[in-house]
Structure formats: C-alpha cells, structure tokens
Write a protein that binds this ligand. Structure first.
Ligand SMILES: Cc1cc2nc3c(=O)[nH]c(=O)nc-3n(C[C@H](O)[C@H](O)[C@H](O)COP(=O)(O)O)c2cc1C
Length: 269
C-alpha cells in the first residue's frame, strides 16, 4: 500500500495532533493541584518574609510550613467592620480572596476607582495574618495588599506592629512590571528601606509614601517616606497609592483601629 498519499499524511497529522493534545491536557490537569500547592506555599513564604521570620528566596517547604504553623494565625475579617468574619456568612476554609474580588456577592465597588489605580471592585472579606510571639501574644499583623503598577496588578504583604502604624516589613510577590525598573519592588534592598517607617501621622491620616528620588534623612517627613525606584516613577506611585488605600478607612482602617484599641487595652485579641 502506498504510504505517501495525501490521505496517509492527513491521518498521521491528525493522530499526532490528538495524541499531543491529550498529553498536554492531562499534564495540565494532573499538575493543577501541585501548582495550587506551590502557590499557597509561595504566599505563606511571603507572609513570613514580610513578618521578618524568613529571608530565604529558595523554597524549603518544610521550613516554611513549620515556621508558619508555629507563629502565624490566619483570620478572615470583614473589611467594613474590621472584625472577624461571621462564619454563617462566609466560610474561611474555602474562601478564595482573588475570586471574591470578582464575585458581585462577595465584593463591592470602590467609591472612587482612582483610589486603587483604576481597580473598580474589592472583596468584602480579607485574610489577615497575626504573628504571635513565644507566649502567644500578637506581635504584628501581616496584611495582603494589591493595586496597579504601570503594566500590571502588583500583589504583596505589608506587616505592621501592634501600634498599627510601624512598618515591620513589606514584600511584593507577584507582578508584571519590567525587570530592573518597576520589577525592583521585589528587590530586598528596596523593601528593607520600609522597615521602621510609620504609616499614620498624629492626626491619623495615612502619610506613608514612596517619593521621587531619595528621601532626605534630615527632613521631618523622612520617617514616613521611602526612596523612589529610579526609572519607575509610575510603579512607585502605584505602590504609594495602594498602601494609601489599604491602610485607609476603605481598606484595613477599621481592622487597624481595633488592633490599636486591643493593644492599648493590654489584651492580645
Ligand atoms: C520598555 C520600558 C519599560 C518600562 N517599565 C516601567 C516600569 O515597569 N515601571 C515604571 O514605572 N516605568 C517603566 N517605564 C518607564 C515609564 O515609561 C516612565 O518613563 C517612567 O515611569 C518615568 O520614570 P522616571 O521619571 O523615574 O524616569 C518603562 C519604559 C520602557 C521604555
């Protein structure tokens, strides 16, 4: 039988396509759970980095799990009240925060879209991570933050002390900014500049910001300013804006008020 006919060529091409697509589809499905697990591990690692409890870039799943278990308590809060979410309204075990931001039932419009760089909706409930000391007292909290940079939505975590204002650490773990420019938000040398800065002024306004150029250490504003990223003014502005939103009254403001009150009252709840 002749093998170099058009029919034979088409048959071989079709069989090859079917076999390849089955292989690709099964790999995608088979690896999905591992991808999810890696994503979760990456989030846990970044919570620990923001909290100053972990500084290695490479993955060490056992170590991350161990430190996370020992020192972090993840709590789902209602952003509007700042209190723990009512479990009859939302299940913290199955809650997907990114999905929720797109779900009309679990999200709300942002009053002025410019507040968060053009993002129009935000989720009603957010996870927060309490960082506990050896005797179980809350030492700091880690808050998930996100907003628009130049090209992308940037995602990170910001840790503050129990005064609800002193920055304990910040990390950005997902973005599509240009490596070497906006992508420098990931650079540990830059994120280290945030530690010790204050979020609020004496009147309770959010004043923490990324400036253009370098901070003048002599300036009275230096304790709430961070050096800008050179060649990345738009990403820097985006970071200022997202910090302003999430630490303000429409973001974690109510939660931070409660944290301040409980720290002032000498309790750890
Ligand atoms: C290829 C390319 C990639 C860029 N990536 C970024 C970026 O990730 N973030 C950013 O703020 N600006 C980026 N810019 C620069 C902006 O277009 C803009 O010029 C810059 O934000 C101005 O910052 P400067 O005042 O610090 O120079 C990029 C420019 C080019 C040409």
């Amino acid at each position: 039988m002749a093998r170099d006919t058009i029919g034979q060529t088409l048959l071989v091409a079709t069989v090859l396509c079917v076999v390849c697509s089955v292989l690709v589809a099964s790999a995608a499905v088979g690896l999905r759970s591992r991808q999810e697990a890696n994503k979760q591990l990456d989030q846990m690692k970044n919570v620990l980095i923001a909290a100053g409890l972990f500084d290695k870039k490479e993955n060490s799943a056992d170590e991350v799990n161990e430190i996370f278990e020992a020192s972090i308590e993840r709590v789902l809060i209602d952003l509007e009240s700042g209190a723990e979410a009512d479990s009859s309204q939302v299940n913290a075990e199955t809650y997907d925060q990114r999905e929720a931001a797109r779900d009309p039932k679990l999200s709300q419009t942002i009053e002025s879209a410019a507040e968060l760089g053009g993002i129009k909706r935000r989720e009603k409930y957010s996870f927060v991570y309490r960082v506990k000391g050896e005797s179980g007292e809350i030492e700091k909290v880690v808050l998930p933050i996100y907003g628009k940079g130049l090209w992308s939505t940037v995602y990170g975590f910001l840790a503050v002390g129990v005064d609800a204002s002193t920055v304990e650490g910040i990390t950005f773990y997902e973005h599509g900014e240009t490596p070497g420019l906006g992508g420098e938000i990931e650079n540990p040398a830059w994120t280290a500049l945030w530690k010790g800065k204050t979020v609020f002024n004496d009147s309770g306004e959010v004043v923490l910001e990324v400036v253009k150029g370098s901070v003048n250490p002599e300036s009275a504003a230096a304790d709430h300013q961070v050096d800008g990223l050179s060649g990345a003014t738009i990403t820097s502005k985006g970071v200022s804006q997202l910090v302003h939103y999430w630490m303000g009254p429409h973001g974690f403001g109510p939660f931070l008020d409660l944290l301040r009150q409980s720290a002032g009252g000498g309790t750890s709840g």
